[in-house]
Design a binder for this molecule. Structure first.
Ligand SMILES: [Fe+2]
Ligand SMILES: [Fe+2]
Length: 163
């Protein structure tokens, strides 16, 4: 395994954890402590993962012409994900709208991480040199920890935010 593969393995471990949390949330119903706890856990985990992924990996891929477009695409999806998480947090958990919004978020996020794993990461690997790999390794876990310490659930209905 090259060092670059190690980085992508690390990111995929996070994605597997996110899929587990999504499965658990899909099994919840109504306004329960369990659903609240899982949503908080998922939100903090995914926001910090996405932020650290941007700071460690995507910042590196952004400055390489062959991977700039895919980077823009993924970062835009992170932004949409944050909006969807905030909108879900602003939705009444006891309403059927909550599950409808959750299902959309579940679908969109699984698509995002599958695209990273199947399309982006294998391509990115070809463009990383040893310095990039060392940088990404150093930055990801440190940034994720710091981002997680500051991550919050920030309820905000879609369309209410400042543009
Ligand atoms: Fe991502
Ligand atoms: Fe990711």
């Amino acid at each position: 395994m090259t060092d670059a593969q190690g980085i992508f393995k690390r990111l995929k471990e996070d994605h597997d954890h996110h899929r587990e949390l999504l499965d658990q949330m899909a099994d919840t119903s109504g306004e329960t402590e369990h659903r609240k706890e899982l949503l908080e856990k998922f939100t903090k985990e995914v926001k910090s993962h996405a932020a650290a992924e941007e700071q460690a990996l995507y910042s590196t891929m952004m400055r390489k012409p062959p991977t700039t477009d895919d980077t823009r695409h993924s970062v835009a999806e992170h932004h949409e994900l944050n909006e969807a998480l905030n909108d879900l947090a602003a939705t009444d958990m006891s309403s059927s709208a909550w599950m409808a919004k959750f299902k959309q978020l579940d679908h969109d996020y699984r698509h995002h991480i599958e695209e990273e794993e199947e399309d982006h990461f294998p391509d990115f690997e070809k463009h990383l040199d040893d310095n990039d790999v060392a940088h990404i390794e150093k930055v990801f876990d440190r940034r994720k920890k710091e981002e997680k310490a500051g991550a919050e659930v920030t309820p905000e209905a879609k369309g209410e935010g400042k543009e």
